[in-house]
Design a protein around this ligand. Structure first.
Ligand code: NAP
Length: 214
């Protein structure tokens, strides 16, 4: 599959690009918003395209044209205000979903957040972030796209173990970004993840086994 990664300069995004670049079953196009970020990838022989989630749906659709799947791994991050949470985590995700429809791309993988579907478990100090993730996921679920919504626990930069737990309802947990990237790649062709949403944390199973057990 040819995969467009939205948020390719991010911490999960960078790991995902490297995994996909090494994978013989897939090819990758990195969507970034700055020329210098594109050049870093192009120097490694990785295709890159410029587009901004604050831009138009058409510009995102153009960036995605020719791909078979879009992975949304972008986010406004913790250092910006809630205006950007709304514009990137919610509207940026919504525009990317519209762009997939416009570009005729059926498969869509969303990197959401653990328990985004369950208001009772939202952290009090980041309620607007959870609200943005929640509604972005709901837009995707009500689309006709063949989606997979991965809701990882707290993201860690320690080395991945390749061992995870995936289920529709895991109250809390954490996971290395390496393992989130592995789970995204493994989900691409895993039919058990089609039109499904699940929480993902560190666990006991290989990624492939965990995705089959959801
Ligand atoms: P990250 O390192 O902050 O990366 C986010 C990426 O989004 C950055 O590369 C950023 O681009 C890009 N982005 C921001 N605004 C953009 C725009 N207007 N147009 C295009 N790209 C834009 O995030 P991460 O740590 O890899 O997290 C990946 C995902 O996991 C996010 O959706 C996050 O919400 C979610 N998540 C995080 C946690 C956690 O514990 N942190 C837990 C669960 C889920 P620049 O590099 O140019 O700034």
């Amino acid at each position: 599959m040819k995969v467009l990664v939205v948020g390719s300069n991010g911490q999960v995004g960078q790991r995902l690009i490297q995994l996909l670049n090494e994978n013989n079953d897939h090819t990758v196009r990195a969507m970034v918003r700055k020329q210098e970020q594109a050049e870093v990838y192009e120097k490694q022989g990785i295709e890159a395209v410029l587009a901004d989630l604050e831009g138009t749906v058409d510009s995102i659709a153009e960036a995605a044209k020719g791909c078979d799947v879009i992975v949304f791994a972008a986010g406004s991050g913790g250092k910006t205000g809630y205006d950007k949470t709304l514009l990137i985590d919610l509207d940026g995700a919504g525009k990317t979903i519209e762009a997939a429809e416009k570009a005729g791309i059926d498969r869509f993988i969303m990197v959401s957040a653990i328990q985004a579907n369950n208001r009772e478990n939202w952290h009090d100090n980041i309620l607007p972030y959870y609200a943005a993730k929640h509604y972005a996921d709901r837009v995707l679920e009500s689309s006709v796209l063949n989606y997979t919504i991965i809701r990882p626990g707290i993201l860690l930069n320690e080395a991945g173990t390749g061992k995870v737990a995936a289920a529709e309802n895991i109250a809390y947990g954490s996971i290395p970004r390496d393992d989130v990237a592995l789970a995204i790649v493994a989900s691409l062709n895993e039919k058990n993840t089609y039109r499904r949403a699940f929480d993902l944390i560190s666990g006991e199973d290989s990624v492939a086994d965990a995705l089959k057990k959801i």
